[in-house]
Write a protein that binds this ligand. Structure first.
Ligand code: NOJ
Length: 593
């Protein structure tokens, strides 16, 4: 019998470097994860997703994989992985791991073999090597930039000592892109999938799932200035574009600032009530490296492979595409199960915008029979306890630091984040949480320059801070060395002095703490089957309020400055103190009504 557990699951992202460190070397590890699974069970999540722990030189924190079928010694061994997996399963927690198929590490044996082999060799054909342009081939083969800044091409020194071909890397120069037109690459990834499925993993979060296939001829391309670094205009632009594309009521008055070229026309449900495939008229967003149609046959192939295994193993796409209806292509019935909803993540704390993105999400995912996902934080974005209150533009990937402007105070930022989480966890579909958000951790702004490790920081000569501020090892015990992250005081990024009061042990069982709020929300979400519910908007509230019913629960979120009268009903959850029956600003309440 299938449960389709993934349609409603609350999935907790573990960033292994920063979760728990069993051996005290300052870097989290698999044994550390095992030791803290009880805390996650207590939190009430359904599954964990682990960012990479594979053999890697860690030039991009493990998203540079040198051996896809082994554990990096920093994180432990395959035996440690098996123990962690078995222990998680024994606690009823499913385990999703990261798959990084767009690129490997330059230390991968295939890339080393490619460097040693001549131009035109089968070894080079696994990656995207090209001759340079201009006299002597001194110019890169095209004008593409790396997501992390600087050119997307690096020139190699040939084995005879002369400057030679160039290889493509959409990310760091230590992350060469595979050539997915090469059947050998496809076969290798089937092998990797089977390796982990045979070990018992419940699924894969697929890194850069919009990037593996590049347009033929690798044509020059200049991205729009306002685009996020991973592609996609993000946030409101994507929502407005989606709304105007779908012609929904929510689109009234919305503009189409990115000139979206996608429209979704829904065909009527079939006899069983299952929505048929929408006809998605997709001309792409123009980037010859994001969202090429060829990626979809790869996912169909993988889906068929996963379906051979018992136990509903899943694929989740990390695909930064917009407008929203485009993402539906990744989750058609024979492709992936889920895709991250980055349009939701990038939506500001604004009631009208939230209503639009929620409508657009339910419509886009629902059109192909997929659940919507919801997410506010991950290891690539500024933590939402800070981000939702930043008042200056801050494109994804740029990060925050001491020179940044428009930074919020902690308490007001946290208040808004708690309200945003309470809203998110009441939505139908599957929700992703990022380690530490249940403690109310803010982005760490004041990291010393010499502690920063994100390649973005180095590739932009410090112009962009990058993502280290959301990756600081999390606090478990307020008075222990490294706040209980590990047995020593070592921590690969320094932890702020003011984190003692945010440690898990300082919040456990404390009414009103952020940890208690998350626990309560997750429990009520499960008890009231909100993940499997249906949303209907409630009229009669001020414009700055998001109010809806999901089953027996009424949710009211006040994004505006003025207090709002709550409707009748027992309050089951509130993200902050209520004033009698009034809901203060930046607060969300759940009522049984
Ligand atoms: C997306 C990952 O989430 C990010 O951390 C990484 O740097 C890039 N993909 C490249 O793998």
């Amino acid at each position: 019998m299938t449960s389709e557990w993934w349609r409603t699951a609350a999935i907790y992202q573990i960033y292994p470097r920063s979760f728990a460190d069993a051996n005290g070397d300052g870097m989290g590890d698999l044994a550390g994860i095992t030791s803290r699974l009880g805390d996650l069970q207590e939190l009430g999540i359904d599954a964990i997703w682990l960012s990479p722990f594979f053999t890697s030189p860690q030039r991009d924190a493990g998203y540079d994989v040198a051996d896809y079928c082994d554990v990096d010694p920093r994180f432990g061994t395959l035996a440690d992985f098996d123990v962690m997996l078995a222990e998680a399963h024994a606690r009823g927690i499913r385990v999703i791991i990261d798959l990084v198929p767009n690129h490997s590490s330059d230390q991968h044996e295939w890339f080393q073999a490619a460097l040693a082999a001549p131009a035109g060799s089968p070894e080079r054909a696994r990656y995207l090597f090209r001759d340079g342009r201009g006299p002597g081939g001194d110019e890169p083969p095209n004008n593409w930039d790396s997501v992390f800044g600087g050119p997307a091409w690096t020139r190699v020194i040939e084995p005879d000592g002369t400057p030679g071909q160039w290889y493509l890397h959409l990310f760091d120069s230590s992350q060469p892109d595979f050539d997915w037109t090469n059947e050998e690459v496809r076969a290798e990834f089937r092998r990797i999938l089977r390796f982990w499925l045979d070990r018992g993993v419940d699924g894969f979060r697929v890194d850069v799932a919009h990037g593996m296939v590049k347009a033929e001829g690798l044509p020059d391309y200049t991205p729009p200035a306002e685009g996020g670094s991973m592609g996609g205009a993000g946030g409101l632009e994507a929502v407005d574009a989606a709304a105007s594309a779908s012609g929904s009521a929510a689109a009234a008055g919305a503009t189409d600032p990115v000139g979206a070229t996608t429209t979704a026309v829904l065909s009527p449900p079939d006899e069983a009530g299952v929505p048929l495939e929408p006809e998605i008229h997709d001309e792409g967003d123009g980037a010859p490296y994001w969202g090429q149609d060829g990626v979809h046959e790869i996912y169909r192939d993988w889906r068929a492979l996963l379906d051979e295994y018992p136990g509903e193993r899943i694929l989740t796409a990390e695909a930064w595409v917009d407008p929203l209806p485009r993402i539906a292509k990744w989750v058609r019935p024979d492709e992936m199960h889920q895709a991250f909803n980055f349009a939701y993540l990038e939506t500001p704390w604004d009631a009208a915008a939230l209503r639009r993105v929620i409508d657009a999400s339910l419509e886009a995912f629902g059109a192909v029979g997929a659940p919507s996902t919801w997410v506010l934080s991950n290891h690539d974005v500024v933590r939402h306890a800070t981000r939702l209150s930043v008042t200056e533009a801050n494109p994804q990937g740029h990060g925050l630091g001491p020179r940044s402007k428009g930074l919020p105070e902690y308490e007001p930022g946290l208040r808004r984040a708690r309200a945003a989480t309470a809203l998110m966890l009441a939505l139908p579909g599957s929700a992703y949480l990022y380690q530490g958000e249940e403690l109310g951790l803010p982005e760490v702004i004041h990291l010393p320059d010499d502690a920063r490790q994100d390649p973005t920081w180095f590739r932009t000569a410090g112009e962009r801070y990058g993502r280290d501020g959301c990756r600081v090892p999390i606090p478990w015990e307020g008075t222990a060395p490294s706040y209980g992250f590990g047995p020593s005081d070592a921590s690969w990024l320094p932890q702020p002095a003011e984190w003692a009061s945010l440690a898990r042990d300082a919040q456990r069982g404390i009414p009103g703490s952020t940890l208690t709020l998350y626990q309560d929300a997750l429990r009520l979400r499960r008890e009231h089957a909100l993940g499997a519910g249906t949303l209907s908007w409630l009229p009669g509230f001020p414009e700055s309020v998001v109010a809806f019913r999901n089953g027996s629960i009424v949710v009211v979120a006040n994004t505006g400055p003025a207090p709002v009268e709550l409707p009748a009903g027992d309050v089951l959850l509130a993200s902050g103190p209520l004033d009698g029956r009034t809901l203060p600003h930046d607060t969300t309440a759940w009522l049984r009504a």
